[in-house]
Design a protein around this ligand. Structure first.
Ligand code: HPA
Ligand SMILES: [Zn+2]
Length: 349
């Protein structure tokens, strides 16, 4: 792509209003904050410096990342730690013109270490109330643990029901299919939670299908492997199921060898309701705009794609109709100006 045209598109994807729907708050913990919290809480770390910790961020697959990610989260002890981590993310997202974020958190990573659920939910929620953008919480169950443990976690979280809009499923995907969590998801549906699940990141397309049919999720987190199954791809397009795709994460965890090999253009061409997200920005090399920029720099994506991605992010959000409409109107206004930029044409790849 000629540089001037990319510069124009880069400015547009940076400045456009957007929502982030796939961000693990523990994955926003920067090495500097890990060290600061370790010191504040008297936790000793197996790394001597921020630089040494950062050097360890070289992952072969999802599991090699998760091992380091759970170790990093061990510095979170007090309510104010969760508050500080969340506030740092919200400020950073605000700088990327994120208007609304739906934030995953992993309570089991913390309650297993004796941190009270009230400190986890309370700290994250209080930051969301004080922060510069709108944000809501999605509680994830760790799929490498049992369904009984997920049910116990749900019970523990019920006193905080009003602070949580949905539940999700994350951690090691392969060998832990969605059907393992059928009962707890059914209970969550009865309780009125929104439902999402990671599926088709490393796991097969069949996991996407069972997440939809057996867990009754409303969005699929990642879902990039859906293209291996044309019937499933058609179904996702027909049912307008959103995929929360995380480009830098996929490259870092070697789902794709490099960004130029990412299937984002093919997902969009298949008519899927794709969104772009950062997943674990402190570990994967960037926040939301870094993901947009890396994808648009390496892939044949256009102004029309940028607009679709912005619209999809709000369209797939768990927002009320009035808030959604207001955000979509802002997107319309932004792109009616952007389409007059001569170097960023709408149609040509
Ligand atoms: O990308 C992910 N996949 C599964 N579990 C996770 N927990 C944090 N990030 C991820
Ligand atoms: Zn994720």
């Amino acid at each position: 792509m000629p540089n001037d045209r990319f510069d124009a598109l880069r400015t547009i994807v940076q400045q456009m209003p957007k929502a982030e729907l796939h961000i693990h708050i523990e994955g926003s913990l920067e090495p500097e904050l890990i060290f600061a919290l370790a010191q504040r809480n008297g936790v000793s770390l197996p790394y001597e410096s921020v630089a040494q910790l950062r050097q360890a961020y070289d992952f072969a697959d999802l599991q090699s990342f998760l091992d380091i990610y759970y170790a990093g989260a061990s510095v979170l002890r007090e309510e104010r730690d969760f508050y500080d981590m969340t506030m740092a993310y919200l400020r950073r997202a605000h700088a990327d013109n994120v208007r609304h974020a739906e934030i995953f958190f992993d309570p089991q990573t913390h309650t297993a270490r004796g941190v009270p659920m009230a400190a986890v939910v309370g700290g994250i929620f209080r930051a969301c109330q004080d922060g510069p953008i709108s944000a809501s919480l999605i509680m994830c169950f760790l799929r490498h643990l049992s369904e009984e443990e997920a049910i116990a976690t749900l019970e523990e979280a019920l006193p905080f029901r009003d602070k949580i809009i949905g539940v999700g499923l994350d951690s090691s995907e392969r060998g832990h299919p969605p059907e393992k969590f059928m009962r707890v998801f059914r209970r969550c549906k009865e309780l009125g939670f929104h439902l999402v699940a990671h599926a088709g990141e490393e796991g097969p397309p069949a996991y996407i299908e069972t997440a939809l049919d057996l867990l009754e999720v409303e969005r699929i987190d990642h879902g990039v492997r859906c293209l291996e199954d044309p019937r499933l791809t058609e179904r996702l397009a027909r049912e307008r199921i959103a995929l929360t795709v995380c480009p830098l994460s996929n490259v870092k965890l070697r789902v794709f060898p490099d960004m130029a090999a990412h299937n984002l253009p093919a997902l969009l061409a298949a008519g899927l309701r794709v969104t772009i997200n950062s997943d674990d920005p402190a570990y994967f090399g960037g926040y939301l705009n870094d993901n947009f920029e890396a994808a648009f720099a390496a892939l044949p994506l256009t102004l029309a794609h940028a607009e679709a991605l912005a619209r999809n992010s709000f369209g797939a959000a768990f927002l009320g109709a009035a808030a959604k409409r207001a955000h979509l109107e802002e997107v319309d206004a932004f792109f009616s100006k952007a389409s007059h930029t001569p170097t960023a044409d709408r149609t040509h790849v």
